[in-house]
Design a protein around this ligand. Structure first.
Ligand code: GRG
Length: 293
């Protein structure tokens, strides 16, 4: 991951939610989870695609898209806070620290998630890109996060507990729960940079494949991962009797599927993207299949 992109996201997030208008307990809870050290993969992918779609004007495009990319991380962090709640996955550890509701309390964690999701849209809407592109990216992000996207995927996940899903059902669930926001991050990067239809479509296909691979590796890490490295509780899926890739097709086949989807993500870039950002996007897809955190 280009350190500069990740650093820029980190700096932006560090300055967020310090407004004295925010009740201090709420801003503390929001910043506690937001600044707990995530990989920042969604905002970095968004910025990398924005740069890759703007040859010759990479720097100004990244600067303009930064508030949008940071907003994606706020939405992602909200989803983790709510996912960890007792009514959902009931987790005690996230990003290597006690989950938000453990460090604060349940009501505060719910509000921190609500506020991160809502304020994310204010940050995204302040990106300095042409209005039509911004409106399209905001619409795409609302859809990817909402009822037919991530929130819908979470519903399918809850409904699927204790039930044996088919591979097809698992694919639909994952494409929504994990895939939608990742895919959206890539597509929005292209949209914000004013990409043509071919590049936008390639970004979308890369993001969709990467999203599936990301979930497969998450399932694999739940089986073989080390809690200290992964930063969250492991062996959780089996306990909750969740259908996962390893439980449906076995660990080795799941590893192969992750590699296959990562290779497919990489190939979506062929003939359309070149330069350091494209190299980074290819390397990210290659590394993802064997990630350990
Ligand atoms: C509560 C509406 C709502 C949705 C929750 C994101 C999500 C949906 C649930 C999280 C469950 C989960 C562990 C999904 C697997 C993939 C995933 C999103 C992993 C966490 O993302 P990373 O690895 O985390 O990017 P960091 O901490 O690096 O940001």
């Amino acid at each position: 991951m280009p350190t500069s992109l990740r650093d820029r996201v980190e700096r932006y997030l560090n300055d967020a939610f310090l407004d004295s208008e925010i009740p201090s307990r709420l801003s503390e809870a929001m910043r506690y989870s937001l600044l707990a050290g995530g990989k920042r993969i969604r905002p970095v992918l968004c910025l990398a695609f924005a740069a890759a779609c703007a040859p010759g004007r990479e720097e100004e495009t990244v600067e303009a898209a930064l508030p949008f990319a940071a907003g994606l991380e706020m939405i992602h962090t909200y989803s983790l806070i709510h996912d960890d709640l007792p009514a959902m996955d009931d987790d005690d550890l996230r990003r290597g620290k006690p989950t938000c509701h453990r460090a604060f309390d349940e009501a505060t964690a719910i509000l921190a998630g609500d506020a991160l999701l809502t304020d994310a849209f204010a940050h995204m809407a302040s990106a300095k890109v042409p209005a039509a592109a911004l409106l399209e990216a905001v619409r795409l992000t609302a859809e990817a996060s909402g009822a037919a996207g991530m929130a819908g995927g979470q519903m399918l996940d809850l409904e699927g507990e204790g039930r044996k899903l088919t591979l097809e059902e698992l694919n639909v669930l994952n494409a929504k729960k994990t895939g939608a926001l990742l895919r959206n991050a890539c597509e929005c990067g292209a949209v914000l940079a004013g990409a043509d239809a071919a590049r936008r479509d390639a970004a979308r296909r890369y993001g969709a494949d990467l999203g599936i691979a990301f979930q497969i590796t998450d399932d694999i890490l739940d089986v073989v991962g080390d809690e200290a490295v992964v930063g969250k509780e492991v062996r959780h899926d089996a306990e909750a009797e969740k259908a996962t890739w390893p439980s449906l097709i076995g660990l080795e086949a799941a590893r192969k599927e992750a590699l296959r989807y990562c290779a497919s993500a990489e190939s979506a870039l062929d003939g359309l993207f070149s330069g350091p950002e494209a190299d980074f996007l290819r390397a990210t897809a290659r590394k993802l299949a064997t990630r350990t955190f």
